[in-house]
Design a protein around this ligand. Structure first.
Ligand code: GLU
Length: 383
């Protein structure tokens, strides 16, 4: 692998080599929903330049749903059309990837497509397979283009939006940095429609952002600024840098890497990669948590599993195999993989493990969370 020389990264990205670039639907499609080929060409050119200089790039691209819907609107009259909303991505994805493929080939490079669901991140075997495939592609200078497999995603196995898919992918491949390209210049100190809103250029690791109004969203794609910050917060504790930057820069990908534009997020610099733990934390399902009693808290702190007896409350819609928060006195102190669906945890909470079968009619495990699948959060350990 050649050492990068022509492209000089901004100082915060020094020594970064493996980059995950996420482009939203509003970046690669026009207002009418069709591919914005001009923008896509710039993105591909930038990626090819980076690859030629020895960087490794994973592209996470949205746009399938948008392209699919636009195509349907033109080609299939509404009259007599069976509802195809769910399938729009199945129609748009090949169109999107075809366009990318053409553009990469124009630059004598190759791209590839990997469609993922939440299961591919939370099931260790699938996770390792996907990771292995991406590693092999990167070794061969082929750019993996990732998207959610929307046509087979449903509420329990959806990643949610591509900001989270990109964050999980960045962790999966141990990326050095995650770059999220969107319609905003970056993160503003207040809602950007307000006149005196200022762009925040740097956010230090651990800096509180709760006071900022992030409710503004783009009208295409799923995730607004809040979801982007959430995605960023998933990767920076793992030592991965992150930038949020605008689609309107001249060099859409290269500019935020080489100039001081967008919002740069500091990372945990002392992070010691401990693969399984990082994997667990990054796959955590949003807004799902268990409240446990004091006895269970003590037991978990001593390295034991969580049994139904110690569960006081279960919140959120989660399923067997999902990673969720574990709270004591309302404060999350650990994460772990649930052995049961949330609805079933609700039914067995406060019961003895011997009663599980009687209550549910089946029993997978005596524990709600096994100690092997449980990680105490850093703050808890340091307290
Ligand atoms: N996977 C969706 C698509 O390709 C986009 C999801 C998102 O907007 O984050 O259209």
């Amino acid at each position: 692998m050649t050492t990068p020389h022509k492209i000089v990264l901004r100082k915060e990205l020094e020594n970064c080599k493996r980059l995950v670039i996420k482009v939203g639907s509003n970046v690669v499609t026009k207002a009418n929903g069709r591919c914005d080929v001009r923008k896509m060409r710039i993105i591909v050119e930038d990626i090819c330049d980076l690859i030629d200089e020895g960087f490794e790039i994973i592209l996470v691209s949205s746009g399938a749903v948008s392209v699919g819907k636009a195509f349907l609107k033109r080609m299939l009259p509404r009259e007599g059309r069976v509802d195809l909303q769910q399938s729009a991505s199945a129609i748009g994805q090949p169109k999107l990837i075809n366009k990318y493929s053409q553009l990469f080939e124009d630059h004598h490079h190759i791209c590839s497509q990997i469609l993922l669901t939440h299961d591919d991140f939370r099931k260790r075997k699938r996770f390792l397979h996907a990771k292995q495939t991406i590693e092999v592609l990167l070794k061969n200078h082929v750019t993996p283009i990732l998207n959610e497999n929307d046509s087979i995603s449903y509420s329990e196995n959806t990643v949610g939006d591509n900001d989270h898919l990109a964050a999980s992918a960045a962790q999966m491949v141990n990326a050095d940095a995650l770059i999220i390209i969107t319609s905003a210049q970056g993160l503003y100190d207040k809602n950007p429609i307000e006149k005196d809103a200022k762009l925040i250029k740097n956010v230090d690791f651990g800096e509180e952002l709760d006071h900022i109004d992030m409710s503004a969203t783009t009208n295409v794609g799923r995730g607004g600024m809040e979801s982007k910050i959430h995605a960023v917060n998933k990767v920076t504790p793992l030592g991965i840098r992150a930038i949020i930057s605008s689609k309107d820069n001249n060099r859409i990908v290269l500019d935020p890497l080489t100039k001081e534009i967008g919002t740069m997020f500091g990372h945990e610099s002392n992070f010691e990669p401990e693969q399984k733990k990082a994997w667990l934390i990054s796959t955590k399902k949003l807004n799902c948590r268990l409240e446990i009693d004091e006895g269970a808290f003590q037991a978990l702190m001593a390295g034991n599993s969580l049994f139904p007896r110690g569960v006081v409350e279960s919140h959120g819609e989660y399923f067997q195999g999902d990673c969720i928060d574990i709270c004591y006195q309302g404060k999350p102190f650990a994460v772990g993989i649930s052995e049961y669906d949330g609805a079933d945890v609700e039914r067995i909470k406060d019961k003895h493990s011997d009663e599980i079968e009687e209550v549910l009619g089946y029993k997978i495990s005596s524990a709600v969370i096994l100690y092997q699948n449980l990680v105490l959060l850093e703050e808890t350990i340091n307290e």
